[in-house]
Design a protein around this ligand. Structure first.
Ligand code: C2E
Ligand code: MG
Ligand code: MG
Length: 720
């Protein structure tokens, strides 16, 4: 009995000691996994940052190659085009043209002169990657390598093919050069290295096919390290990050001793202790799952992260090719998210991002893949699409669900969403192109005023290139006096006298002739050129008034059109006042025309500027009235003097009973509010008579005169 008891005691002791030691080992393994989990998260973020920066900068080569094809290889405007593109996309050190593989042009050239004339197809170190790009006909990232002109850089080479007599012929390369230093500047690697981390950046060398380190920390990698692939066009990179293990909370040796002591003391509690390894095993399983989650899921929202999304997208595209089914890729971006972050703080911003993610999930189907790309950007791969209407319907639902009120920290918010959609495989079945298409469509949504969804089409891509072109030409026009001001008389109805002139801008383009403002004001507004253009218009108007006063010519006020962006810039009133002063022009000689949408969207800022200018005597008119959203009742609050009825109402006045009633109502109401009414676009006698009978005060239109140079305004007798 006694020996049986000691045997039991011995067995208990052995059992407890053994499970204690096993527990210590499991605990140690869980602790290491936790360290790895942390490292994983950091490595993932660094790899994504490099990937996104590289992707954005390399998209320059697509724009450039498109432009080369448009221009049939003749890139006279290369420097200005490259300048715009580098500014717009950022991160690019220079853009290059290499017809037939020989570097012929570089922008900016300074410091790179040595590379001119370099033949990539004959250089042993460059040839392999250059030939790969031509063979596979796609963007290929080469390097990093030491440049002929100094420094270490990667180059994205996009082979350009131009069709000649029906055949696609290799023209050369459109390349973007990105200094490795600039690329790494978007990461935290420098700081991490200071904090004791080690890293290596490697690529698969095209000649040897094996991994080669091209950037690394001074300190070698530690035992605990994690690698992440970086998706690079036509090349393979990876980032490995390591950090020394911090002090262990429990040393293994101590743990063993403790276990043996515990075993002796707690032999009687064997049954309970035996259960402990199970619990620890569960902890390890839990940590392992967390590790997987972090590598593939966004920590904040729980959505699929960029990495997993790209993998799934690649996989699904292959499935689509087999099955012949369709899908849609959507890029989504919250409008003005920065404002929420700035005003309510980052914690509130995070909560908003989570709520939006939940709403996206609730709206989409189970089979669709929803991802948080980063920041306030999401992406959705919508499966089983039968038509564009399907997507439109879904996008509308997403927009309206996200727009419903969200209460964050007691503050009710309404956020809107912009979406860009590209259909797969209709628009493209190349992964890179798909992503670029969705980006272009999203950009268009933003440009059209946000809170909407736009489908990609090839015209959008062309328009992007054309817009860049107009922008460059317009800048040139402004600097080289190609802009001109025309004037259209505004006539009083009761005595048929010219009582005002509207200043309308024209662009005397050296090739296209006289270009209408409808073609360029919109571009000027988007790229900010409207500010110097608007300043020029106002100065030109002041100059004409000054000249008329000095030379005793007929003098009437001039109406000047003002765009929203001028108001938003904030110093509009100050600039206008100093112009009036320097030309010594009576402020009553200027009437500013603004559209109602401008007013309503920026009411506070607009009112401030308007009141300041009205105090010194300037007048204001609402232009194109009837096309916006404001009601006549709202007009009561605005400091305006004149209402210009949009010409679309006047156009159909003879045939459209409804338009007639609208015009009559606008005139009557405006008079009750003490405003003058100008009818725009009067082209014939019967329109004139109608406006007269309806009580309009003034008219403007081709019936009296088209817009003409100032010197011709008084040259003709008014015919009517
Ligand atoms: P808006 O301010 O409503 O100017 C009136 C437009 O109607 C002018 O077009 C004028 O030529 C046209 N129009 C006048 N009478 C008739 C008519 O009887 N029949 C027809 N069919 N059209 C008539 P324009 O000059 O092409 O200007 C278009 C728009 O461009 C202007 O509309 C204005 O919004 C903008 N714009 C013109 N100059 C400037 C400027 O200096 N600054 C800004 N921000 N915008 C300008
Ligand atoms: Mg106008
Ligand atoms: Mg108008």
């Amino acid at each position: 009995m006694g020996s049986l008891r000691s045997l039991v005691c011995f067995l208990v002791f052995i059992g407890v000691a053994a499970s204690g030691c096993y527990g210590v080992l499991l605990f140690d393994s869980a602790w290491k996994k936790e360290q790895k989990l942390h490292l994983n998260q950091i490595t993932n973020a660094q790899a994504s940052a490099i990937e996104r920066r590289l992707g954005r900068s390399l998209s320059a080569t697509y724009l450039l190659s498109l432009q080369i094809r448009f221009a049939n290889g003749n890139m006279e405007n290369f420097n200005s085009f490259a300048d715009e593109t580098i500014k717009a996309l950022g991160g690019i050190s220079n853009l290059q043209l290499a017809p037939n593989g020989v570097i012929e042009r570089i922008y900016p050239l300074a410091g790179n002169e040595k590379a001119i004339g370099h033949n990539l197809l004959k250089d042993d170190k460059r040839r392999e990657e250059a030939e790969l790009a031509i063979r596979e006909r796609r963007l290929t990232v080469a390097g990093p390598f030491e440049l002929v002109q100094g420094g270490v850089a990667v180059i994205g080479r996009n082979p350009v093919f131009i069709s000649e007599e029906g055949k696609d012929k290799f023209w050369g390369f459109a390349s973007a050069l990105i200094f490795l230093e600039d690329l790494l500047a978007v990461t935290d690697l420098e700081q991490l290295e200071k904090d004791g981390y080690g890293f290596t950046l490697e690529r698969v060398h095209p000649d040897t096919g094996s991994w080669e380190i091209f950037s690394q920390s001074e300190k070698a990698l530690d035992n605990l390290h994690v690698s992440f692939p970086i998706i690079v066009p036509n090349s393979s990179w990876r980032l490995t990050l390591s950090r020394p293990l911090p002090d262990r909370p429990l040393l293994i040796e101590e743990g063993f001793v403790l276990s043996i002591l515990l075993a002796a003391m707690l032999a009687s509690l064997l049954a309970y202790i035996m259960r402990e390894p199970d619990r620890l095993r569960a902890v390890v399983a839990d940590k392992t799952e967390q590790l997987n989650e972090l590598a593939f899921y966004d920590v904040l929202t729980g959505l699929v992260n960029r990495r997993l999304f790209m993998e799934q997208l690649e996989y699904e595209v292959k499935v689509l090719q087999r099955t012949g089914k369709k899908a849609a890729l959507m890029y989504l971006d919250l409008d003005d998210f920065k404002r929420v972050n700035d005003s309510l703080g980052h914690a509130a911003g995070d909560r908003l991002l989570v709520e939006v993610a939940q709403r996206l999930q609730a709206t989409m189907r189970e089979s669709d893949i929803i991802c948080r790309l980063g920041g306030d950007e999401y992406a959705i791969l919508m499966m089983n699409v039968t038509s564009g209407e399907d997507c439109q319907h879904m996008a509308d639902k997403l927009i309206s669900n996200v727009r419903n009120e969200i209460v964050i920290e007691g503050v009710p918010l309404r956020v809107s969403l912009s979406i860009g959609i590209t259909l797969i495989p209709d628009d493209s079945s190349s992964l890179q192109q798909m992503l670029s298409n969705a980006d272009i469509a999203l950009y268009e949504s933003k440009k059209l005023g946000k809170n909407r969804a736009t489908f990609f089409n090839h015209d959008l891509q062309k328009m992007l290139v054309q817009r860049l072109q107009i922008e460059q030409e317009l800048k040139f026009a402004l600097e080289h006096d190609e802009l001109e001001l025309y004037f259209q008389p505004i006539v009083r109805l009761d005595n048929r006298q010219i009582v005002m002139l509207e200043a309308l801008i024209r662009w005397n383009h050296p090739e296209k002739g006289l270009v209408s403002p409808m073609e360029f004001i919109c571009v000027a507004e988007q790229c900010g050129l409207i500010i110097p253009i608007g300043d020029w218009v106002l100065e030109e108007a002041c100059r004409h008034i000054r000249q008329a006063v000095d030379q005793g010519e007929p003098l009437v006020p001039i109406a000047v059109n003002i765009s929203a962006h001028q108001f938003v810039s904030g110093d509009f009133a100050d600039k206008a006042k100093s112009l009036l002063e320097s030309y010594q022009v009576d402020p009553a000689m200027i009437e500013f025309e603004i559209t109602e949408t401008v007013l309503m969207e920026n009411l506070d800022l607009a009112l401030e500027q308007m009141n300041e200018l009205r105090q010194i005597g300037c007048r204001f008119a609402i232009d194109d009235f009837g096309m916006g959203y404001s009601s006549l009742a709202q007009l009561k609050q605005l400091p305006v003097d004149t209402l210009k009825v949009d010409r679309t109402f006047v156009r159909d006045i003879e045939h459209d009973h409804h338009d007639r009633q609208i015009v009559e109502a606008i005139i009557a109401m405006a008079h009750r509010l003490g405003l003058h009414v100008i009818a725009e676009g009067v082209e014939n006698q019967s329109q004139l008579e109608f406006i007269d009978q309806a009580g309009g005060d003034m008219v403007q239109g081709f019936l009296f005169s088209k817009p003409v140079p100032y010197s011709e305004v008084y040259r003709h007798e008014l015919l009517v």
